[in-house]
Write a protein that binds this ligand. Sequence first.
Ligand code: ADP
Ligand code: MG
Length: 246
Amino acid sequence: MTIKANQIESLIGTLHLSQVNLDELFRSRADLTPLKSVELFLSDQLRIRLDKQNQIRRKRARLPFEKTLESFDFGFQRSIRKEQMLQLSDMTWIEQSYNVCFLGPPGIGKTHLASALAMKALDKGYPVSFTTLDELMRLLKTENISSVSKSRLKYVGKSALVVIDEVGFLPLSSLEANLFFGFISRAVERTSLIITSNKGFDEWAEFLGDATITTAILDRLIHRCEILNMTGSSYRLEHRKTITNR
Ligand code: ADP
Ligand code: MG
């Protein structure tokens, strides 16, 4: 029985598998037994499927930039040790539902490190969501009227790691502080969080506008948490680029 390539292509389509160049896949593999051929074909399909899922997860994470630990200058940022970050890169803390908080002034690498850890989590196959607090507030406030917000929050809810960046930049209204509390109490039960904030925990009541809610949020967040207090000067300001070479 002879099987034509276009018949196989059509079967691949019907089964929703990925079209592959069979000539290329089996080139110089004339020695293959039928069983080995099937195995080669299926393992190639599996590789393609995992690659696709990986790409989709990366896109859905919505990282602001692809910054890595390798591109972070630990010589410049001396309040964090490289070993600490490498230890966190093993991601065992995600399995134990721990949280990580990066606290400190602007420009010192909080978002960079949060993104770098998020990339490591993606590499390990975890679903990840990145959002700013501002964006999270917008999503929560529009959850019931926007299908886009609803579906984003659904993905955030399914993520093993959620990064909330820029906590404390803007003051929250009392409705927003309540929404944030609700989000944190639900999240700590089922996911790990990375929080970045330009405010120390002692200043959180100021932007949250309510001491009781602040205590309730911090209580849940800090229960299992690696707190990284960062100091130093802004990398942006120190490495300011100019247009002319003066
Ligand atoms: P923050 O979130 O603390 O305000 P960012 O992480 O956004 O600061 O850092 C500002 C910019 O400077 C980013 O482009 C980041 O990649 C870069 N940056 C900050 N610190 C370092 C560092 N120690 N090494 C390399 N790049 C850095
Ligand atoms: Mg930042």
